[in-house]
Design a binder for this molecule. Sequence first.
Ligand SMILES: Cc1cc2nc3c(=O)[nH]c(=O)nc-3n(C[C@H](O)[C@H](O)[C@H](O)COP(=O)(O)OP(=O)(O)OC[C@H]3O[C@@H](n4cnc5c(N)ncnc54)[C@H](O)[C@@H]3O)c2cc1C
Length: 417
Amino acid sequence: MTGCIAVVGAGQAGLQVALGLRALGYDGRVVLVGAEPELPYQRPPLSKGFLAGTVPVEELELRDASYLGEQRIELVLGRSVVEASVGDSGGELRLDDGTTLAFDGLALATGANARRLPVPGADLPGVLGLRSVADAERLRAGLADASDVVVVGGGFVGLEVAATARAQGKRVTVVEAADRLLARVAAAPFSAHVRAWHEAQGTTVLTGRTVAALAGSGRVGGVVLGDGHLLPADLVVAGVGAAPVTDLATALGLRVEHGIVTDPSGRTSHPRVVAVGDCTVQPHPHDPGRLLGVESVNNAVEQASAAAAVLLGLDPGPRGVPWFWSNQGELKLQLAGISDGHDTHVVRGDGQDGRLTVLYYRAGRLVAADVAGNPRDFNAVKDALARGCTIDPDAAVDTAVPLKTLVSAVREPASLA
Ligand SMILES: Cc1cc2nc3c(=O)[nH]c(=O)nc-3n(C[C@H](O)[C@H](O)[C@H](O)COP(=O)(O)OP(=O)(O)OC[C@H]3O[C@@H](n4cnc5c(N)ncnc54)[C@H](O)[C@@H]3O)c2cc1C
């Protein structure tokens, strides 16, 4: 026994494993290895306040160095783990400076990499992705000089960047291949509400359009669409999703299917290794035969806290209701539960007052909601899901009735919100 738990990846999830171990009374060494040079920081502001220049870099830090010192969390920053091995009684990591670290337990919290655009011209200067603080600094500098910004991808990160760029007076176009924004996560009325908000700000939204190439000599000058149309652009942002980082997991022989396969508490196929956060895929809450990646701060924090318990042989307890938020300028979106797999939905409100709620049902039971501009609805749904309750879909459409008064018990407990 080495008396050491190693955590690879010093992001939101990795830090939470380390803090969770201490909170649960683990007294051995906790070593947190992170490839980025910064102290563990939060990513959500990178596409919002930090990009806009209203949130300074110091405010991104999740915990300051002195607190981590008090917690005896050993930080090895700016170093990557390049090799790992594990057996029945423990294992060893090798870092990119040649040093090695023996461990009893291992947490993989390696996150995800921003996907690059798979088209000619994607490596031209002026074509940027967004995942790290270094990316956000490059993007912020690029925005300062840009006039025509094209955001490829109408998901949360792309739309947040679009809102930030538009608020700075840039001409902004969002190009989305699907026939509506947020198609992967939201029902059509919610997509339409989000689109209407962006268009009201003056952003051009093109859906059902693919990108064939990025044009320019020396620097990006335009985006060539699949139909041959050329959009002028002096800055292109790729908001086309992220790919889980799984190379170490594969080398360790863990089960990997797109992400590292875990249970909701981070257990992998090896008893000494947990994996947490964006690098993982978990059983789908409504269809356990399928796997689902849940890229959110809430998942990173909850799965990591549970995984710390697993590493110590403790009961991680039940998981809470999954939730997510996205701020796109004044547009405040909140999502509770997992809507994927719903069979019906109910729309509450018409969005005219900025508020719209979509409730999702599966087999007659509430499973999720997407909420715009209405924290009360969000809290009511989150509460209902946490208590295994439902909300009468017919009554929910009446916006004069507060949603929380409609929360009612169901006969058997819900499997997972
Ligand atoms: C721009 C942006 C905006 C977002 N906005 C929201 C939001 O509004 N709401 C929300 O809920 N979520 C949001 N998210 C998602 C949320 O930030 C992520 O779900 C969360 O950061 C995941 O944490 P993680 O620790 O799993 O991964 P990460 O934060 O990616 O951390 C992984 C770390 O592991 C390191 N690493 C990888 N491989 C190695 C190795 N071999 N050795 C050492 N280190 C390694 C990486 O360098 C990285 O620092 C946003 C994400 C982005 C990028």
